[in-house]
Design a protein around this ligand. Structure first.
Ligand code: MN
Length: 234
């Protein structure tokens, strides 16, 4: 498993992100997940299950259903499969510190040759998504011309023209978790629970007790830029 870099970057005594020991529920195969991640900078993490890991790209502007848009996607280290269900807060001082939402999830179907690892190696990966938010044909294409200072990890995420194409579609308009329905702000305010689990009752005692804290912590419009500036690392 190619998870050494993933594990090296994280201290699992501090972060509740998975160490990769558990397989997520559901059939193994061609799953995908996208996480909305408010780290130092807001971005979306695009993850495709392949050969036992999640191939991962950080997409600063997020994916789109608009075929007229090209989205920069920076390839990052492989993530363990159980990361696709991680939602919560990565504590300050840790790698990727900030709030993580499971923004979309579903399955993908490799197109063209149907051989996803081979298409990935060639830098031209064509696939169809069947998610709750994203649907239809997409491509991830490795960029040839490297910008100055580039690490060679720059790809473009493209939506192909098909019946699911939606001009003007903006990921930021879909600010709800596909596993908990919470907004990013609601996840960020829920500091007591670092990880959401499906076994937790939707309106349990814990949640009711936390409600006043959540309210008090909500920044006023004037204070809003503060939490972002206060976040350390990444
Ligand atoms: Mn991220």
């Amino acid at each position: 498993m190619a998870l050494e870099e993933y594990r090296r970057k994280r201290d699992f005594k501090q972060t509740s992100e998975p160490a990769g020991a558990q397989a997520p529920p559901g059939a193994a195969g061609n799953r995908f997940a996208i996480q909305k991640h408010h780290a130092t900078q807001l971005h979306y993490d695009f993850r495709l299950e392949m050969e036992g890991v999640l191939k991962s790209w950080a997409v600063p502007k997020g994916p789109t259903q608009d075929p007229a848009e090209k989205r920069l996607a920076m390839m990052v280290e492989d993530h363990p499969l159980d990361y696709m269900l991680f939602e919560g807060i990565i504590p300050a001082g840790n790698y990727g510190a900030g709030t993580v939402m499971v923004w979309d999830a579903g399955t993908y179907e490799p197109l063209a040759s149907g051989d996803a690892p081979a298409m990935l190696a060639k830098g031209d990966l064509k696939f169809r998504l069947d998610g709750k938010k994203l649907k239809g044909e997409f491509a991830l294409v490795r960029m040839r011309s490297r910008r100055p200072g580039s690490k060679g990890n720059e790809w473009l995420l493209l939506k192909k023209k098909d019946e699911h194409a939606k001009p003007g579609w903006n990921a930021d308009d879909y600010d709800w978790s596909v596993i908990s329905r919470r907004s990013l702000e609601q996840i960020a305010a829920d500091e007591g629970s670092s990880t959401w689990t499906s076994s937790k009752p939707a309106a349990g005692k814990k949640k009711l007790r936390r409600a006043p804290v959540r309210k008090a912590k909500k920044p006023s419009a004037a204070e809003k830029p503060k939490p972002r500036a206060a976040r350390s690392t990444r």
